[in-house]
Design a binder for this molecule. Structure first.
Ligand SMILES: Cc1cc2nc3c(=O)[nH]c(=O)nc-3n(C[C@H](O)[C@H](O)[C@H](O)COP(=O)(O)OP(=O)(O)OC[C@H]3O[C@@H](n4cnc5c(N)ncnc54)[C@H](O)[C@@H]3O)c2cc1C
Length: 439
């Protein structure tokens, strides 16, 4: 037995520590359990001992929340880098600024003409029927642009066709331009700044994880504790180690498809619903070079189907201390999913195909430049907003409410949540429980 009463938090990522941070303000120090050997979840960073520090895929803070900014800044004692976001797109040997729909300048003329012609035709459609993301892309951008860029990217990043996806995740993510903006971006080089994120922050030292370090003391953290069962009636948690622990109040940031089958008495339809929630998985290929990388962009998107990765980020564009002096580092993200595109081979098998494509794009000269290569496997990366998501999620959330488990975070709410939203969702879960106790 590792403890018996009080607040317990499952998962030690941003959401778990958001909950712990809020509880600290009420004078409560919760117990926290995570299966991994150290706290941090997806925001962990890995120091390889050779001067290279890599995150679990690119992590940059774009938060507009003053509260989160303050927590992150105090975690690193004010030592963070700031900058203006600049990212670009690669398509068949061309590099253009993001978002591509307003930066067609420099692409082959026939493609630009077709994109503009179809954009005009789409703009003239009267109330087009939008049943899925594919329909939305055609209506927003016209057929040529939609099929050449975002539809291909959707298959690479979300691992499925746009027809299988809803549009309730879009928000400001895909910029819908006016004709004047498309024309200007086709005639001039980078005339507009319309990306939905502007400034960024990133810890100077030790990778993104630094933003969490000030939070670690706010919970009594037990790592190496994989949850294998939860009995909500007895208020007990079982761990793979054989240990068990009691609780009075339970907050969970575990992925819903992991959490629900662990709950004693979970009805079959709820377990089935949780299993229908789709998520991408990611192989992150880490590359260290023996020379600097001069990149204005912090990251790039890749649209060619024969390039395995969807995104590449440049470590030293975030902090110069992410690589040894005079060296450069980048991370390439390749996406899979159990439901739509299962991983072929092992994560390490994707290092060489990624290097081949990085050489083809000109980001690496040749293999002699490479002084670090490794791969990270992320089993839960991005929620896939397919048509199963909403009904399945409603069923699961109602059940968790019934059994008194406050679920939060990217995979506890099954949303397109960034670090700040995950943190704030943990805080909100803690506030809800404390208020319910006081009522
Ligand atoms: C590739 C990638 C890039 C991203 N880039 C950005 C970015 O640039 N900016 C940004 O703000 N956000 C970014 N995000 C999103 C960000 O990572 C998440 O929003 C945030 O980290 C989620 O935190 P969380 O606590 O909800 O989940 P997690 O960090 O996943 O925490 C859940 C925890 O539960 C634990 N767990 C799971 N199962 C069990 C079990 N059975 N028993 C015990 N513990 C268990 C896990 O080990 C994990 O530590 C990115 C995400 C990915 C995948």
């Amino acid at each position: 037995m590792t403890g018996d009463t009080g607040f317990v938090i499952l998962g030690s990522g941003m959401a778990g520590f958001g909950a712990a941070n809020q509880l600290a303000e009420y004078g409560i120090r919760p117990r926290m359990y995570d299966q991994r050997p150290r706290p941090g979840g997806l925001t962990s960073s890995f120091d390889h001992g050779d001067g290279f520090v890599f995150d679990e895929g690119v992590h940059i803070s774009f938060t507009k929340s003053d509260r989160v900014k303050q927590v992150f800044a105090s975690s690193v004692a004010g030592k963070f880098e700031t900058g203006k976001v600049y990212c670009n797109n690669y398509w068949k040997g061309h590099w253009i600024k993001h978002p591509a729909q307003v930066n067609l300048h420099g692409l082959p003329t026939p493609l630009v003409v077709d994109c503009i012609r179809d954009f005009v035709a789409a703009s003239q459609m009267q109330e087009p029927a939008i049943d899925n993301y594919h329909d939305w892309l055609i209506a927003a951008f016209g057929t040529t642009f939609a099929e050449t860029f975002p539809m291909v990217y959707t298959r690479k990043y979300h691992t499925t066709d746009a027809t299988n996806m809803t549009t309730d995740w879009l928000g400001p993510r895909l910029y819908r331009p006016e004709l004047g903006e498309v024309l200007r971006g086709a005639l001039e080089h980078e005339p507009l700044d319309v990306f939905y994120v502007d400034d960024f922050r990133y810890p100077s030292f030790g990778g993104f994880e630094g933003f969490m370090h000030g939070l670690f003391p706010k919970a009594d953290v037990h790592c190496g504790h994989r949850v294998t069962g939860i009995d909500p009636a007895a208020r007990r948690i079982q761990f793979a180690t054989g240990a068990s622990a009691g609780y009075d109040q339970l907050i969970s940031s575990l992925p819903l498809p992991v959490l629900v089958p662990l709950i004693k008495g979970a009805p079959a339809d709820v377990v089935d619903a949780a299993a229908r929630l789709a998520c991408s998985q990611c192989v992150v290929v880490n590359i260290g070079l023996n020379r600097p990388i001069e990149s204005k962009a912090q990251w790039s998107y890749f649209y060619d189907e024969d390039i395995p990765f969807a995104r590449v980020s440049y470590r030293t564009a975030l902090s110069p201390y992410s690589a040894p002096p005079g060296c450069g580092a980048m991370q390439a993200e390749i996406y899979f999913s159990d439901k739509y595109r299962p991983l072929e081979g092992t994560p390490d098998d994707w290092i060489d195909p990624a290097i081949d494509a990085l050489i083809r794009c000109g980001l690496i000269g040749d293999r002699s430049e490479i002084i670090h290569r490794s791969a990270i496997w992320i089993p839960f990366a991005n929620v896939i907003f397919d048509h199963d998501r909403r009904p399945a999620l409603e069923l699961v959330q109602a059940f968790l409410e019934d059994v008194g488990i406050a679920s939060c975070g990217r995979f506890g709410q099954w949303g397109y949540t960034w670090t700040d939203a995950a943190f704030l969702s943990g805080e909100q879960a803690a506030r809800r429980l404390v208020k319910a106790m006081a009522a």
